[in-house]
Design a protein around this ligand. Structure first.
Ligand code: PSU
Ligand code: MN
Length: 311
């Protein structure tokens, strides 16, 4: 009995999946642990609207009272966005929340698991987890990286934040056989900034090419996930230099306060939000919207590509 958990899907998601129309999964940790109320709710609703306006259907993933959901209605998103004590669920604890009847938000790793179970191939988020700075001592490496290696879902992000060790994160992805595709540029983007200073391993310039690459990976077999790194729109970018000192300060505070484990990423994100006086939130929302639109276009292109290949 593997992979037979019941998923609560909204009628909109069920209809789209049954008809083979494009669906885009969305994570919920970004709502509960990534941004403050009410910006988090506004972001979640805007992202869903952006996906619909591209002709795809959004499926926000979360565990509510022990049930795994793909697609949340507006009141549920609003409740989740204000709730306290929501678990942060990664691969290790998704089943725990289901077994114990808990409410939890899914990280990139757990959202990929749920998307695969639901039959959703494309997922949009902000930034992925990765290898943390100081990982050689702390061993803090996000389960997102191993999930990307094993689970066949395309994750559209804006790169990795410089709160992580970006070069080591790139190495870890390469070791795990995860293709990292920069969208429309050579440079690997770094979340708030368009250029991390590193060249991305791969580059593609349109959704159809990403769909063709994915269809080829499937044909080759044993393919796992793909990471698409989509640079933040120019007008909302914050320069890497400017972010550097905020990140350094946030890391310093985390160290002084002895923040560890699951708390590290949410703590750093919160610190940076305060240090930039909320400026980082505007950029964060802009890049998530940008990723949602691209993910919708990839989901559409993948549908066409797979239909053409099946003929
Ligand atoms: N990075 C961000 N914003 C986020 C996260 C990461 O820029 O909201 C969240 C995502 O849900 C990601 C998770 O999957 O944090 C990674 O947490 P950890 O490092 O504990 O695996
Ligand atoms: Mn960690």
């Amino acid at each position: 009995m593997t992979g037979s958990i019941k998923i609560e899907v909204t009628a909109e998601v069920a209809d789209a999946l049954a008809a083979g129309r494009p669906v885009v999964a969305l994570e919920s940790t970004i709502i509960t642990h990534g941004m403050p109320w009410p910006g988090n709710r506004d972001m979640a609703l805007k992202v869903e609207a952006a996906i619909r306006s591209e002709g795809a259907v959004p499926a926000t993933i979360a565990v509510i009272d022990g049930r795994l959901h793909a697609g949340l209605d507006e009141p549920t998103i609003s409740t989740l966005a204000q709730a306290t004590g929501v678990m942060k669920l990664s691969r290790a604890d998704l089943a725990f929340a289901l077994a114990e009847g808990r409410t939890g938000a899914t990280t990139v790793a757990a959202t990929m698991m749920a998307a695969e179970l639901a039959g959703i191939s494309v997922f949009a988020t902000g930034g992925i987890g990765g290898v943390h700075q100081g990982a050689s001592d702390s061993f803090d490496i996000s389960a997102d990286l191993d999930e990307l290696a094993r689970t066949p879902v395309i994750v559209v992000c804006a790169g990795a934040k410089a709160i992580l060790d970006i070069p080591k994160t790139m190495e870890a992805l390469e070791t795990r056989g995860v293709p990292v595709v920069a969208f429309g540029q050579d440079a690997m983007p770094a979340f708030w900034s368009r250029d991390s200073g590193l060249t991305a391993p791969l580059r593609l310039d349109d959704a159809a090419s990403i769909a063709r690459f994915e269809a080829t990976r499937r044909a080759l077999g044993g393919h796992g996930g793909m990471l698409v790194a989509n640079p933040v729109p120019v007008e909302d970018e914050i320069a890497a230099d400017e972010m550097k000192r905020h990140i350094a300060a946030a890391l310093e505070t985390a160290k002084a306060e002895g923040i560890e484990g699951k708390a590290v990423t949410p703590f750093l994100l919160g610190e940076i939000l305060n240090l930039t006086n909320g400026e980082s939130l505007k950029t964060n929302i802009s890049l998530v919207l940008n990723n949602a639109r691209l993910a919708a276009r990839i989901a559409k292109a993948l549908g066409s590509e797979l239909a053409a290949g099946a003929k």
